[in-house]
Design a protein around this ligand. Structure first.
Ligand SMILES: Cc1cc2nc3c(=O)[nH]c(=O)nc-3n(C[C@H](O)[C@H](O)[C@H](O)COP(=O)(O)OP(=O)(O)OC[C@H]3O[C@@H](n4cnc5c(N)ncnc54)[C@H](O)[C@@H]3O)c2cc1C
Length: 383
């Protein structure tokens, strides 16, 4: 019998394999990954420097250990180049592999802005453990490094906090006028800005990055408002783009992500998707909690017990210890308004509709203690 094949060894790929193995120990299973196949927690990549964690300390298991643990074949550094749904096969270059059912856990790419300049190719992104290894090497050495971060969203703000605690000089550039602009109302954004600024982070809001040029060993970053910054490293963190190319070329339905139904089935009934590459009912949710819910449901489905997924409210802990922050944003386009209560030690922002129903929250500082009380009041993301 052809194996179930999972493409991707991130949290989505390995967790669905673990969930399958809870009840089905024997169905042949293959995990194929373009990267080194380590099992690791990706969120650690943006808070590992302050803890002085080298890349090896973040990897929890090797691909070989995962193969044993999962009773599976794990093929690392192997890129799948095409899928043929009608034939139930996939291609790794010239090699053809047959699958019984296929799971796409392909993740997302960091978006790259079109920035000019002769050092634009030196702009780095940190989206997996291998990237973190390169970043870690660039930061090594006796003296502190000057790091310019493009993007003050979740990942950019977390790296800013981590780098500054680790002793580096940090400047952050964003076209918005505040950090975490898509997650926090103005008041919450101001608290994150001020707390990080007090630790040494320099912000450049309301301006884009125009060009990145070499300046000897250093890098000159020119902003659209004319300011120039001197940096050793330029890190871009401006958002994610689900990896849909393989699915699209195979004729599967794609939109922003690979489109699935509540059984996590794509437009081909034997091909499933979950994680950062997936879109469900118009939602793309590039976070860990949705992966855990989807992996549990899909693991059961693959083991023979069809299980639709549901997503409760899933608050995200923003790893900016300088200003502890927990957000559970309202659904995109939800009608309502932020009601903000600012105290000396924290800010509680509640997003409510016209009838007063709570649709989302953003908690900063001491207000994060209210998470457990507010959580049961939130609507499910997908019931
Ligand atoms: C720095 C950082 C910090 C984060 N912090 C948080 C946080 O605090 N909380 C939170 O909830 N979320 C956080 N996230 C998001 C979270 O980590 C992701 O949602 C999650 O790890 C995505 O897992 P995934 O398995 O879907 O994708 P990935 O981990 O990207 O895995 C994709 C896999 O697919 C493989 N692949 C891709 N193409 C092919 C191909 N053609 N052939 C074979 N294999 C292929 C890749 O090699 C990889 O193994 C963070 C993300 C980053 C980058």
């Amino acid at each position: 019998m052809s194996p179930i094949i999972i493409l991707g060894s991130g949290l989505a790929g390995y967790n669905v394999a673990k969930e399958l193995r809870k009840t089905d120990k024997d169905t042949p299973l293959t995990v194929i990954s373009a990267d080194s196949g380590y099992f690791y927690s990706k969120p650690m990549l943006s808070n590992a420097l302050a803890q002085k964690k080298a890349p090896a300390a973040i990897a929890l298991n090797t691909a070989e250990q995962m193969a044993t643990q999962l009773n599976a074949t794990v093929r690392k550094q192997t890129r799948v180049t095409a899928i043929n749904p009608a034939a139930h096969t996939l291609q790794i270059g010239d090699e053809t592999l047959a699958y019984s059912r296929l799971v796409l856990a392909l993740g997302a790419d960091q978006i790259r802005l079109p920035i000019s300049g002769d050092a634009a190719n030196r702009i780095i992104t940190v989206n997996d453990l291998d990237d973190y290894g390169r970043f870690h090497e660039l930061l090594a050495g006796k003296r502190e490094k000057r790091v310019a971060i493009i993007g003050a969203g979740l990942i950019g703000s977390e790296f800013a906090n981590d780098l500054v605690v680790a002793g580096h000089q940090v400047e952050v550039i964003d076209i918005a006028n505040q950090p975490l602009g898509r997650l926090l109302p103005v008041e919450g954004g101001a608290m994150v800005r001020d707390k990080l600024q007090a630790m040494g982070v320099a912000w450049h809001f309301g301006t884009g990055t125009q060009s990145v040029d070499g300046d000897g060993a250093a890098i000159k970053v020119t902003l659209e408002n004319g300011t120039t910054l001197a940096a050793d490293i330029v890190l871009s963190a401006v958002g994610l783009k689900p990896r849909i190319a393989l699915a699209q070329a195979a004729g599967l339905k794609v939109n922003r992500g690979i489109v699935v139904n509540k059984n996590l089935q794509t437009s081909d009934p034997d091909i499933y998707a979950l994680g950062d590459c997936m879109e469900i009912e118009g939602l793309v949710m590039p976070f860990v909690m949705p992966i855990m819910h989807a992996a549990r449901a899909l693991g059961a489905t693959l083991a023979g017990k069809p299980t639709p997924v549901s997503f409760p409210a899933m608050p995200v802990l923003v790893k900016t210890p300088a200003c502890p922050t927990i957000v559970s944003p309202p659904a995109p386009g939800a009608a309502g308004e932020w009601q903000v209560e600012a105290g000396a030690e924290g800010i509680k922002s509640l997003f409510v509709d016209a009838s007063g129903k709570l649709l989302g929250f953003a908690l900063n500082g001491a207000a994060t203690a209210e998470r457990a009380k507010l959580l049961p009041l939130l609507p499910a993301v997908l019931a």
